[in-house]
Design a protein around this ligand. Structure first.
Ligand code: NAD
Ligand code: MG
Length: 393
């Protein structure tokens, strides 16, 4: 049951992997009341969720889907289009917004929430990768909290809670290594979409699953960590840990290293962000270390999986580069999922886009929307070139 004092929550991307798990967390909590839900086009599922959780308004990014929802569902209000999404964020009286959209489409709602001073639980790492300093500066200016949902960043956020300034030497993000860990670079040329979608430890949406297979997910996470925790790139490390039990490490100045452990279940970081600063019960097994017996780690194969180095370089270059990296990656992943691009084509497209679009300074969000558009156009051309080149061989 939800009480009158419950925290009012808007969930963006409610029909996705994170959205559905967030609703599971909400259903078990007395402290949260959902006041808005959004999806791109799956309106039937969204209306079902709204009915099940007693939610008064929904937003659909796709206008046709919105029109159908409005016809079928008369108990609540239906908003549509990108403006509908922003209205859902700013006009629902939310105390907290969970942004679980996928891709740079999440930037607008992130800016809308933080701009209004509404606390933001952020699963949509892309909005922080793209928006970088502007997003963190906006949160600082309005006093809104930026709470990471990404498991590694949630782990580091928890570990860093009591650390004074100057005590942290290095942060380490763990990576499962994805389904192609240990494969040689040549062997990656012919992997299929199905193989790439078979993640060994996490069950997630399609885009992030492909990002995990290329290691771009960890590249995006490096940039995300840089902005969340304010550490230079040479103090952020990635280590492969195939079991996904340790989510992050903090190396401190006195030689101590802190680690955050738990079975891989996104409801843990989701619940932490939604209830922060409280902790509540989550129905996951207590870690049985004797059963786990050993924890394994290995270095990242940076030569075999070039996306991580591309992301680190784009992060260091700064300006519009992370935005270009992200947009090119979205276009390339979409093409790979559609069978129009080979797996190694993903990093070839990203590298090509970064070469053709040099980093420019970012003065306002408009420079980012423009760089995103330009990078998508360049990446689409590069995809076409690679497809044609491939067909001619
Ligand atoms: P998903 O594809 O399962 O769900 C995406 C949701 O966003 C859906 O509800 C969809 O309808 C909506 N959506 C998609 N495109 C949209 C658009 N253009 N406009 C409006 N709505 C749109 O994705 P997911 O796996 O839940 O991931 C969501 C975000 O969380 C991503 O940024 C991902 O990197 C991050 N994340 C996910 C996991 C995970 O376990 N799934 C873990 C860590 C971080
Ligand atoms: Mg992660």
């Amino acid at each position: 049951m939800t009480g009158g004092g419950a925290r009012r929550l808007v969930i963006l991307g409610a029909t996705g992997s994170i959205g559905v798990q967030a609703l599971d967390v909400v259903a078990r909590s007395d402290d949260l009341r959902v006041v808005g839900l959004s999806a791109e086009s799956s309106w039937e599922r969204l209306v079902e969720q709204a009915t099940a959780h007693g939610v008064p308004r929904v937003a659909l990014a796709d206008p046709d889907a919105g029109a159908r929802a409005a016809q079928a569902w008369t108990e609540g209000e239906v908003l549509t289009g990108p403006e509908g999404l922003v209205r859902l964020v700013v006009e629902s009286g939310a105390d907290l917004v969970l942004n679980a959209l996928v891709g740079s489409a999440g930037l607008g709602p992130t800016v809308a929430a933080l701009g209004e001073g509404i606390d933001l639980a952020l699963a949509n790492k892309e909005s922080l990768v793209v928006g970088g300093e502007l997003v963190t500066a906006l949160a600082e200016a309005t006093g809104a909290k930026l709470l990471p949902v990404d498991s590694e960043h949630s782990a580091l956020f928890q570990l860093l809670a009591d650390e004074g300034p100057g005590t942290v030497e290095r942060l380490v993000l763990t990576a499962s290594g994805g389904p192609f860990r240990g494969r040689r670079r040549e062997a990656l040329a012919h992997v299929t979409v199905e193989e790439a979608l078979a993640h060994p430890t996490w069950s997630m949406g399609g885009k992030i699953t492909i990002d995990s297979a290329t290691l771009m997910n960890k590249g995006l996470e490096l940039i995300e960590a840089h902005h969340l925790f304010g550490l230079a790139y040479d103090r952020l490390d990635v280590i492969v840990h195939p079991q996904s039990i340790v989510h992050g490490f903090v190396h401190l100045c006195d030689g101590a290293t802190l680690a955050h452990l738990g079975y891989p279940d996104m409801r843990v970081p989701i619940s932490f962000a939604l209830h922060y600063p409280e902790r509540v019960d989550v129905p996951v097994d207590t870690l049985d270390l004797a059963a786990v017996a050993e924890l394994a780690f290995e270095p990242v194969d940076e030569a075999g999986f070039p996306c991580l180095a591309l992301a680190r370089a784009a992060g260091r270059a700064g300006g519009t580069s992370p935005c270009v990296l992200n947009a090119a990656n979205e276009v390339a992943v979409h093409a790979f999922l559609g069978g129009r691009l080979a797996f190694p084509g993903i990093w070839e497209v990203i590298e090509g886009a970064l070469e053709r679009i040099p980093p420019a300074p970012v003065r306002a969000f408009d420079s980012l929307y423009e760089a995103d558009r330009e990078a998508r156009a360049v990446a689409a051309e590069l995809v076409q070139g690679l497809t044609l080149g491939g067909a001619a061989r």
